[in-house]
Design a protein around this ligand. Structure first.
Ligand code: GLU
Length: 504
């Protein structure tokens, strides 16, 4: 049987990069086995709905190049794929559980539950709605049948809770973690359905996984505590449960704990795929795309955060990942995010792109700086400075002197290189550069070198001073290639400007 897997985000805000990794692992698993990768939007909790989050999720995967086979925005034979559009489906299932004794109506008000919680707290205990307490609460197990019916038909608020059997061991088999056994006495009778006609996550998730014929549930570790309930729900319905694989957490780079948006803000890296403007708080969060990451690099980096192929290889195309991926090689412990590693991956992926391929990604950098340049010139610049880029956003910082003359000069470099008479020497070199009407890089290089040697000038001093004049600092790619691109007329201007500024 070919696997059917789903990524099932709730549209409660921007998609955390950990969620992207969950989707990626689902994708790799599905593709490796010729299966189906599904996008289901779990939006039953109306109170947590955030405008724009669904569109954000879809756009993120478009950018990353991970294509769903079925789901929201694509369609398929198991739709609708958005839970709010499936609302009517869930009620009969909740009623079926009640009819079979696996669930019950509960009428307890938030106030009465709060009182119970406080009572328990005062005895240093925590209140749990379970086999030991449900007989003292207001529900269909304690109230007479006609009273239950009266309350429901008079429109009184209720919830439907799952009824765990007392003191029963629930085995959870996880493909990553192995077997875990949880006793039902430790578990809370979770709410499955509310009188507003909406199922909770648990019920909708199980019903949909069943109806959509999901074979493997691959999701974040934070859902592990819900697994016993889900397994019991399958049992209660008499359905075969899918296989479960709970992925390790993505951890902050320093210290312990889950990678949060705050870590990103603090250490300067995005935790969301795309830039996000929160419609409620107005707060903006940075995204990988806008920070100059390549989607292939983000995917490669995420693939290795929690999984490893068991070799030293680190660079993988998506196809290679599809071939090599295995749930067995996912680690049980959390994976630490590393900014240096993210940078390294992006650098590597930038290097294998041609300047032509990079051009569309940096074009807008020049526009925002108010620079007009030809594509041909910009591509030549890209070829020269590509190896210095970690992010496409570094482009300007690494190449501004190809487009505008330096406004200031690096003080340290000047102090080290600029000596009495340097200006005069640069004027001589300027004349040597302009000697031929058409600039010939090799001939100009040889002329300059010969002159420096014949006059016993300090080579490092002179050539670095020339760099300072052109670039603003003693850095940059090969000097004569740079001069060729910038042009001898502009280089002449820059030499005169630095002499004016330094020697007058
Ligand atoms: N809607 C849940 C989430 O937001 C899905 C959890 C699951 O995959 O079962 O992560």
């Amino acid at each position: 049987m070919k696997p059917r897997v789903r990524f099932a985000p709730s549209p409660t805000g921007p998609l955390h990069i950990g969620g992207v990794r969950t989707a990626l692992y689902n994708y790799l698993f599905a593709k490796q086995h010729g299966g189906t990768f599904i996008l289901r939007i779990e939006d039953t909790d109306q109170t947590r709905f955030v405008e724009g989050a669904e569109a954000y999720i879809i756009e993120s995967f478009q950018w990353l190049g991970l294509k769903f086979d079925e789901g929201v925005g694509i369609g398929g034979n198991f739709g609708p794929y958005k839970q709010s559009e499936r609302k009517e489906i869930y009620k009969p299932y909740a009623e079926q559980l009640i009819a079979n004794g696996w669930a019950y109506y509960a009428f307890d008000t938030p106030e009465s539950l709060d009182t119970k919680r406080k009572e328990a707290e005062s005895q240093k205990k925590t209140f749990q709605y379970d086999a030991s307490t449900r007989s003292q609460m207001e529900n269909s197990l304690t109230l007479p049948e006609n009273e239950v019916q009266r309350r429901i038909s008079s429109g009184e608020q209720f919830v439907i809770r799952f009824k765990y059997p007392e003191n029963t061991d629930i085995p959870v088999h996880d493909l990553i973690r192995g077997n875990v056994i949880i006793n039902s006495n430790l578990l809370d009778d979770k709410v499955l359905y509310k009188s507003d006609g909406m199922p909770t996550y648990h019920l909708a998730n199980i019903v949909d996984d069943h109806l959509m014929e999901i074979t493997h549930v691959i999701r974040g570790e934070e859902w592990l505590p819900s697994a016993p309930l889900h397994i019991m729900l399958y049992k209660a319905f008499g359905w075969d449960a899918p296989q479960f694989a709970h992925l390790p957490l993505l951890l902050k780079p320093d210290g312990n704990g889950k990678l949060s948006k705050r870590d990103g803000d603090r250490l300067g890296f995005p935790v969301f795929p795309l830039l996000w403007n929160d419609p409620k708080s107005g707060e903006t969060s940075s995204g990988y795309r806008e920070s100059g990451y390549l989607p292939e690099a983000v995917i490669n980096m995420l693939a290795l955060l929690g999984w490893n192929p068991g070799t030293e290889q680190e660079i993988f195309s998506l196809e290679e990942l599809v071939n090599l991926f295995s749930l067995e090689k996912i680690s049980k412990s959390g994976a630490k995010f590393s900014l240096d590693k993210a940078k390294w991956f992006n650098h590597e992926y930038l290097q294998v792109k041609t300047a032509d391929q990079l051009y569309p990604l940096i074009e807008n950098v020049l526009t925002t700086k108010g620079i007009t340049s030809t594509k041909e010139y910009t591509i030549k610049v890209l070829e020269l400075i590509k190896e210095r880029l970690n992010f496409t956003n570094d482009f300007w910082e690494q190449s501004d002197y190809f487009f505008v003359a330096p406004k200031e000069y690096n003080a340290q470099d000047l102090k080290k290189r600029w000596k009495d008479g340097t200006g005069e020497k640069l004027r001589v070199i300027d004349r040597l550069l302009q000697q031929d009407s058409a600039f010939d890089k090799q001939a100009a290089h040889d002329r300059v070198m010969e002159h420096i040697k014949a006059n016993e000038w300090n080579m490092g001093q002179v050539l670095n001073s020339l760099r300072i004049a052109i670039v603003g600092a003693a850095k940059g790619p090969e000097l004569f290639t740079m001069i060729e691109l910038i042009g001898t007329a502009e280089v002449h201007q820059r030499i005169e400007t630095i002499i004016q500024k330094i020697e007058n």
